[in-house]
Ligand binder design. Sequence first.
Ligand SMILES: *Cc1c(COP(=O)(O)O)cnc(C)c1O
Length: 377
Amino acid sequence: MSDRRFATRAAQAGLRADLGTGAVVPPIHPSTTFERDPDGDYPRGYVYGRQGNPNRAALEETLADLEGGAAGVAFASGLAACAAVLRALPPGAHVVLPQDVYHGLRALVAQRLVPAGLQASAADLTRPGALEAALRPNTRLVWVETPSNPLLGITDLDRTCALAHAAGARVCVDNTWATPALQRPLEHGADLVVHSTTKYLNGHGDVTGGVVVGREADVEALRAEQVLGGAVPSPFDCWLTLRGLRTLAVRMRAHCEGALAVADFLAAHPRVKAVLFPGRLDHPGHAVAARQMSAFGGMLSVRVRGDAMEVAGRLRIFRRATSLGGTESLVEHRASIEGPGTQTPDDLLRLSIGLEEPADLVADLDAALATRARVHP
Ligand SMILES: *Cc1c(COP(=O)(O)O)cnc(C)c1O
């Protein structure tokens, strides 16, 4: 990592003058194969598209740099990145997952990895004492998501890493929601960081991707999962994600500012039961979040009185869609998208605050919450 500050490094993510043309923005290399020298060597390091590609290498280097890690390994989706970390665990290993872990990861573990021999248990890692109780002699990994989805729970990274390491376990942090612009888990002792780059890192809702960042040796072990598992991102997707990264620092500032304005508005509204946002003083994780994040992010959840789906249906600027981290604000009724067995309250709406003028978002919510809507207290 260079000594330049985050925003400076992000603004020039992957920009390297092209030796052939002088182009400032790098070209896209769609080629699936790369030529050998007459003596059979591959002096430029690239052989075949699944094994390696210049656009993917640039993305991996950049993400490692932004997270403060030694190396990165990119995947075709965030869940493929998560799966690589869990599949690389030794047979019979136990993993501790947060209680409100990303629902796709919960399904992956329950439906694919536990039947294949992984041991897993869930713990409320936002609560002191919960991790101690969940650790077993064969615990190899503690999985952390902070802020969590969709309850915005905050897990203390310093504390969790110290406890896990004392028990001989590694820590992997899903940093999708905070992004390295706001929180860098490796600086708090985490061993691995995963991202769904689909969200804030690409930031424009037009690429599905994932990455794992960590120490050189750990990432090398995951490269086998990438190259042999084959869930590699396309050169164009890597190029687009790098383009998105160049505006990450400035986008995150605007997302944070908008989320704070919306959270404060909602907290004062009579139809609102609770606002779940770590930037508010009344959030139980506020002090920890203030210590480990430089700002509180662009995501919040709100619990409303009455029919949450109806409130979502009355919004005009917020789009009703899943996902997060794009330029456009999104509203989502999590319980119905997660389906049967969800632990998410039915009155909860998750908001991804985009880059619109915060006053317009507040006005949109104000109109949707207007009391002429039916209220069932
Ligand atoms: C979206 C998301 C994932 C999964 O990423 P995909 O790119 O959809 O595979 C994992 N973790 C978190 C926190 C997410 O928001």
